[in-house]
Design a protein around this ligand. Structure first.
Ligand SMILES: *Cc1c(COP(=O)(O)O)cnc(C)c1O
Length: 406
């Protein structure tokens, strides 16, 4: 058995993680850590969480054998963990339910969140409506323009969406604004972070809410095929769906774990969001991890066709798994992800999220060269309905471009 027990009491995953925030937030983070340690062992809390996942989210999500796709590729068998079938269409709700339940236990009726593409904002607004809580979502003014349908969804669900006009008017500016709100209203406010990043205890706590994905797989795969998969793959933005499916498999040393980052227009182009594949260690969003930064430590602007992967950092546990060699990280380009998107649509009748399409593309590349008795399990983190407008616009632009397809 691999001896893996992280983080330590201060939230360190080896040299990564920790708490790089203003002194004023230490008390709130200590209070949150104590609540999490208590309720993660509290039978009534765990029973209620299981009830919510079953009846509100629709868990367990099935595993599906993509048999037509596998046959067409002519190699290993591809299986999909169907997080796209969850209520709200992705894995994010597993975490927002858990954190909203903690907020209620801690007597905090107001939740705040920050969002880039809007998916975490929608998942937070959903649980706030479910529990009758006030919800304020910070979003860069630029992102509000680009993500109008999600902004409208949040408003339908009763949340206030606050535009952030500072800096580049995107996710990292929204994050700063959310932290400022939290410092000011910490008595009645709970800050829901949407991925395995941020200061301790968030990376470990979000992982523990998302590990349901992997826990189900560890049980479902033997029931379905008589054994565990050879490889588990997941897209990595901040890293929460990947940590969720990887975590229970860390002890299964024969299972390869592969995280797939957004390669954008290619690593050589500099236009990508592959923090682990092309970044260096530094501090962002309250923790130490791999980042895309220049020589002076300034964050570099990222690019990906998939808004959910467009983030210049990554959760600190992935940084540690990379250094330990327990997980491998690769990058897939925009065009490879789009090809995988179309292929899954046509061969299996499933429209995947662009984020998940990155993991699929890597699985398809590997499957071709593997024996048909090998098994690849892909975390299909979300459904692609949210992406079809962007895909249609991109294809129209490519047709219109000089030398484009007609
Ligand atoms: C937000 C999102 C991601 C990326 O976030 P992680 O924290 O890396 O999981 C991936 N897939 C979908 C469908 C998303 O909505």
């Amino acid at each position: 058995m691999l001896d893996y027990d992280y983080p330590d009491a201060q939230g360190h995953f080896g040299p990564y993680g920790g708490r790089f925030v203003a002194e004023t937030l230490f008390k709130a983070l200590d209070e949150l850590t104590a609540a999490w340690v208590h309720y993660s062992r509290d039978r009534a809390f765990l029973d209620e969480y299981a009830y919510e996942l079953k009846h509100f989210v629709g868990r367990p999500s099935p595993i599906y054998h993509a048999a037509r796709l596998s046959r067409e590729l002519g190699g290993a068998q591809i299986y999909l963990k169907r997080e796209d079938l969850n209520h709200t269409g992705a894995h994010k709700i597993n975490n927002t339910i858990g954190q909203a339940m903690l907020a209620r236990r801690m007597g905090k009726p107001r939740i705040i969140a920050e969002t880039g593409a809007g998916q975490h904002g929608v998942a937070s607004a959903t649980v706030a409506a479910r529990y009758g809580m006030e919800c304020v979502v910070y979003m860069g003014a630029e992102d509000i323009e680009r993500q109008a349908p999600n902004v409208y969804r949040m408003k339908l669900l009763g949340a206030s969406v606050v535009p952030v006009h500072s800096g580049s008017k995107t996710l990292k500016d929204a994050l700063n604004e959310a932290l400022r709100d939290w410092v000011t209203h910490v008595e009645n406010t709970f800050y829901i972070i949407g991925t395995v990043a941020g200061p301790h205890p968030y990376p470990a706590m979000v992982r523990d809410f998302q590990r349901i994905i992997g826990d189900e797989c560890v049980q479902q795969m033997p029931e379905m095929v008589g054994r565990q998969p050879d490889v588990v793959l997941a897209a990595v933005g901040g890293g929460s769906n990947a940590m969720g499916i990887f975590y229970p498999y860390i002890q299964h040393e024969a299972v390869r774990l592969i995280g797939v980052e957004a390669g954008g227009e290619g690593l050589a182009s500099g236009r990508h969001a592959a923090s682990l594949s092309a970044g260096t260690p530094g501090v962002l969003h309250g923790n130490r991890t791999y980042l895309l930064q220049d020589a002076g430590g300034q964050i570099i602007e990222t690019h990906s066709v998939s808004a959910g992967l467009d983030y210049p950092g990554v959760g600190p546990e992935h940084a540690w798994l990379k250094d330990l060699g327990r997980a491998e990280y690769v990058a897939v380009t925009d065009s490879e992800a789009l090809d995988a998107f179309h292929r899954l649509c046509r061969t299996e009748g499933i429209i995947p999220a662009l984020e998940s399409s990155h993991a699929l593309a890597q699985a398809m590349n590997m499957a071709r060269d593997m024996d048909p008795d090998k098994i690849l399990l892909v975390n299909l983190s979300g459904r692609g309905d949210k992406d079809i407008g962007a895909i249609a616009a991109r294809e129209q632009a490519m047709r219109a471009a000089p030398g484009g397809q007609s």
